[in-house]
Design a protein around this ligand. Sequence first.
Ligand code: DLL
Length: 421
Amino acid sequence: MYFSPEAETLPQDALKTLQSQRFKDVVRYVLEHSAYYRKKYAGAGLSDARSITSLDQLPLLPVLSKEDFRNTYPFGMCCVPRNELREMHQSSGSTGAPVAMLYTAEDLDQWAECMARCYVMAGAETGDVIQITPSFGLFNGGFGMYHGARKAGLFVIPTGSGNTERQVRMAKDFDTRIFTGVVSYAVRVLEVMREMKVALPSLKIGVFGAESFSEGMRQRIESELGIKAFDIYGMTETGGVGTLGQDCPARCGIHVWEDHYIVEVLDPVTGKVLPDGTTGEITITSLSRKALPVIRFRTGDLSKIVSREKCACGRTHLRIAPIAGRTDDMLIIKGVNFFPKQVENALLEIPGVLTQYQIIIEEIDGVKNIRVNVEAEEGVTGYMVEKHLKERLGFSPKGDVFKPGELPRQEGKAQRVFYKK
Ligand code: DLL
């Protein structure tokens, strides 16, 4: 039930004491080992780590952003000698400028530990067959899931991305029990299974993430694949997939591994810390990483702290709501603010509507209009889509219905929003 029972169920006061100690240590550590942090903190009048004596002082420290990573690429924030590095992963955000994460052997072990906790939380047992479908390369998804699966004692099928028919055949041949991947890829597998008329009775658990995951999409995946789907969270800058945690079978938020990370929720505009229950930008401090610890990294992801109480699953680590979207993907159309995930949720409420869709933003004479292309079974009309979206979102996008298979598919994270001038 737990991979690390003691750590996962540590009483909250012990967890706070541990965080407090690790926080003081990590501030001292970065000031001793990174010229970049020293310069940044000196600029904020904080060159002496001895002035940091408690966790309450966290909001006094300057925040980090993707810009810090880009400006210091590749080794500018590294805190260890190069010969201690053992792996790296890289993501290229929307601007294409790379963000690199560096790992020592200890960091790889920390990553594997966090991932292994997630697998066991999802119900994995020693020897279970796990099929890892994110690519094995610079993207952290494939290798992170691999390191964690090895640690948890699972039997790894490292298919990587693509060749969906082969994925389905292998899941059948090897009796895959756990399927992992990017959310939209799980949807693709579903489609191909339907086309191939293959059933996968051994498949029981899905570990999906890397994209916002609407409740509607989760229900579709669960009912059509006959599995329990879990929402796993993490990113390059915190050390990869699973470092930040996952939801548990009690389904009441994503547990963040608080012995390794501190979560703050900041107002995206003012940068002030928000109270629990208020949505803002998830901001992360890593407490146990060596090569490249982050202190107050603004993730760009929007969520809120839903509970700090002990969960029904027995874990004591706080829970955040599923990620609502990113600060940079909120859409404002005709004065209404919304996230692509809300469109997805609304679409999937319409019977007969399928899981592939596109949101097209067209600007005509300075006015933004939205069109939604969606695949659906026969009988669903554009008018039905428009009417439902109007009821749900409060404005009227144009809805165009496509036959199953007509919209383009992507490997990896799906692009849902397209801009046309
Ligand atoms: O996407 C890590 C990952 C791989 C997570 C596979 C889960 C599964 P990056 O490429 O650095 O790393 O992208 C990180 O993806 O800031 C979020 O915006 C988004 N993201 C990750 N997990 C979730 C999730 C991986 N469960 C960025 N729900 C993050 C919503 C997610 N968004």
